[in-house]
Design a protein around this ligand. Structure first.
Ligand code: SF4
Length: 318
């Protein structure tokens, strides 16, 4: 690990200002950043600890929704009675992620901003455009079983690892930030993540110094909430494919996918086909998919997982 300086932020505005310094990074739970620093993948020269900023509350919003502070720990968010009752998809997605110890430490903002688990990203002996722009992509032509089948580019085929973000995409969450100039932003999660294109090192629309202060959920939409994650082992593993769904009694609803792209994948137009069944929805959701021999199985796996989710929803509404 390289040497760095450290400060505890005293205010949101001060943190955002300090975050503009070249080489500065925010740290909260540190469950991803510290690992990346030990591996010499992230090399910040200055860490700004934001844990003392009081952004750790879950509060109702005037329009019947819920505001989740950026520093609310994943375990606390998953167990909140309002979340379990009105946004069960979010609670279930959180509990499908990481381990109990990590969920106790990891924060809402950090979960959104976690980096890919592409194995080549973590191997500093191999080229990776995300880690070192312009160096190449070892996954293309390499072992790509876990990689993206949608929205990828010739520069990067990595997936986003967050389960929580998949649920938030289905729930139409809004990411709330503060910029260094003191201006706030409200970014719909549909616009928060960027696809790799020629700049896979850029993963979100967040600007230097911009601090996530929270996430807002709109008022609850009811329905059956299901998060189905398919992975290599029963816990502490990232999704090969995941399906986050809200299904209403008439069969309509929402579906977002994890494990297939560099962002949670949701095509609102595809949801019109939900009452027709898994095959119809999958055809629309996975339109334009590009696979390798290693990851072509994901197309079938998505359809089967959606079928399992829709069957479960039907049983629960019967
Ligand atoms: Fe790096 Fe992306 Fe290629 Fe993985 S897929 S090696 S993260 S450029």
């Amino acid at each position: 690990m390289r040497a760095f300086t450290y400060e505890r932020a005293q205010s949101i505005a001060g943190a955002a200002l300090a975050g503009c310094r070249p080489g500065a990074k925010f740290i909260a739970g540190g469950t991803n950043l510290l690992d990346l620093m030990k591996l010499d993948i992230e090399t910040p020269t200055h860490l700004i600890d934001v844990n003392g900023l009081g952004l750790d509350r879950i509060e109702p919003t005037p329009d019947g929704g819920l505001h989740i502070g950026a520093l609310v720990r994943n375990a606390d968010l998953a167990s909140d009675t309002r979340v379990r009752r009105d946004y069960a998809l979010l609670s279930r997605a959180l509990l499908a992620g990481a381990s109990g110890q990590l969920r106790n430490k990891a924060t809402t903002a950090g979960n959104l901003l976690q980096r890919t688990r592409c194995p080549y990203f973590y191997d500093t002996n191999l080229p990776c455009n995300k880690r070192q722009p312009g160096s190449g992509c070892a996954a293309i032509g390499g072992f790509s079983r876990s990689h993206a089948v949608l929205g990828a580019s010739d520069a990067c085929i990595a997936t986003h690892p967050s389960d929580m973000a998949v649920a938030m995409r289905a729930l139409d969450a809004t990411v709330v930030t503060m910029r260094a100039d003191g201006a706030g932003r409200r970014i719909p999660i549909a616009d928060f993540y960027t696809l790799p294109g020629n700049t896979p090192q850029r993963e979100t629309v967040i600007e230097p110094g911009e601090l996530i202060t929270g996430v807002t959920l709109p008022k609850p939409v009811g329905g059956i909430h299901i998060y189905q994650k398919v992975r290599d082992r029963a816990s502490y593993a990232f999704a090969l494919v995941s399906v986050g769904a809200i299904v209403q009694a008439d069969g309509t609803g929402r579906i977002a996918l994890g494990g297939v792209a560099a962002k949670p994948w949701r095509i609102e137009a595809a949801e019109a086909a939900m009452p027709l069944g898994a095959q119809a929805v999958t055809a629309l959701l996975m339109a334009g998919a590009s696979t390798t021999p290693d990851n072509a199985y994901k197309i079938t796996l998505v359809e089967r997982t959606i079928k399992a989710v829709l069957d479960q929803a039907r049983k629960e509404t019967a």
